[in-house]
Design a protein around this ligand. Structure first.
Ligand SMILES: Cc1cc2nc3c(=O)[nH]c(=O)nc-3n(C[C@H](O)[C@H](O)[C@H](O)COP(=O)(O)O)c2cc1C
Length: 364
């Protein structure tokens, strides 16, 4: 038994989770064109709940049509989507898992052919036809996140996570290199982090006292120095409006890119930050019980499993039963994935959007 990983965990708000395993948000393209829930998305997520995850997180779900990045993306931007979200939250919760939706706006990475509107970001990118949001549009985007959280709460989700990572719009606002806006949302560190604060504050005010709120954040590569990532993570880990911080490290055991910070792994840097009742989750290359335990030993409170959970819906059960459990690796066959409640649209995305994940994929 990999100790601690099997223990339940409490948060400042909302229900305890039954263990320290969270399903990482996984874009899977299995919902409908209008953002309503698709059956394959439901089956994929509920199967992971049955597999023992303490928390089941949805894919990045767009909070406005303009923020859509993927075909078949689950939406949280319209009341017509609430029925499907209700079915999904109930299905996840019936397995004993806690249900959370990840809220996203893709910003410069949105796809106009899907959204039917122009592409907006914190700054202009004329070569790609991307234009800077007006101040009023930034304020509207903040409101869209808040409204989406309210819809998810109405649908019965225990909470939401803000997708503040991977270069999507919130993370783009953080960019020191690029975000030179002259309004209150650009330039200084305070201005570049303002959207996060306004959304967190707005969600807290608009949702009930037990709504569990998390934030996903990236440590590097998106135009802000590692020093600022540490500063922001420290602030968030002290921020009593949040219940957890999800550090998306991609490789938890690598050292930071910036030489000045060598000598400690990413997981060690973030686990060592002081925190006040805000839990810390770690994501990135956790493919075995041992990998997960290493994060716990470093001081994390829980772990997110992504690719290992695609390949093993029962990852938590397997990893808590056997300290030597090691995940299969990609590539695998289409039939293998189908047997793991991965539907055709997700198989196609894994085969064509990622490298060497599906061994027998054939373009039809
Ligand atoms: C197919 C796929 C889809 C993903 N979709 C999302 C997403 O919607 N939102 C997000 O924050 N991260 C997304 N990620 C990143 C994962 O949540 C996770 O952080 C990453 O895969 C590293 O964890 P792992 O090594 O356990 O897979 C995705 C990753 C993969 C492989």
């Amino acid at each position: 038994m990999a100790d601690k990983l099997a223990d339940n965990i409490s948060f400042a708000r909302g229900p305890d989770w039954r263990n320290r395993f969270a399903l990482a948000p996984l874009t899977n393209l299995q919902s409908n064109e209008d953002g309503t829930l698709g059956d394959d998305e439901y089956n994929f997520l509920v199967r992971r709940g049955e597999g023992g995850f303490g928390l089941v997180m949805t894919c990045a779900a767009h909070v406005s049509k303009q923020g859509q990045a993927f075909p078949g993306q689950l939406g949280t931007f319209a009341d017509e989507q609430i029925d499907g979200l209700t079915r999904l939250a109930a299905g996840i919760k019936s397995t004993g898992a806690i249900a959370s939706a990840q809220l996203q706006h893709a910003g410069q990475r949105a796809k106009p052919e899907l959204s039917g509107t122009d592409v907006v970001a914190p700054w202009d990118i004329p070569k790609r036809g991307v234009r800077a949001m007006t101040t009023a549009e930034v304020e509207q985007m903040v409101q869209d996140f808040i409204d989406a959280a309210v819809r998810c709460e109405k649908a019965g989700f225990d909470g939401v996570e803000l997708h503040g990572a991977h270069g999507y719009v919130l993370c783009a606002f953080m960019s020191k290199d690029r975000n030179n806006r002259t309004d209150q949302y650009g330039g200084s560190y305070e201005n570049r982090t303002r959207v996060y604060h306004e959304i967190i504050e707005g969600i807290r005010k608009a949702t009930g006292p037990q709504f569990q709120l998390g934030l996903r954040f990236s440590p590097e590569k998106y135009g802000y120095p590692f020093e600022e990532a540490l500063r922001f993570a420290t602030e968030m880990l002290q921020d009593q409006r949040l219940d957890y911080l999800d550090m998306s490290l991609w490789d938890s055991f690598k050292e930071p890119d910036e030489e000045e910070y060598h000598g400690k792994r990413l997981v060690d840097w973030f686990s060592a930050l002081p925190r006040k009742n805000v839990r810390l989750g770690i994501a990135g290359k956790l493919f075995s019980a041992h990998d997960a335990k290493q994060c716990m030993d470093a001081g994390a409170d829980f772990v997110f499993i992504g690719r290992g959970a695609i390949l093993h819906p029962d990852f938590p059960k397997l990893a808590t039963a056997d300290a030597n459990f090691v995940s299969d690796q990609f590539p695998v066959t289409c039939a293998h994935l189908n047997a793991l409640a991965v539907g055709p649209a997700f198989v196609e995305y894994l085969a064509t959007g990622w490298t060497n994940y599906v061994s027998d994929w054939q373009e039809s």
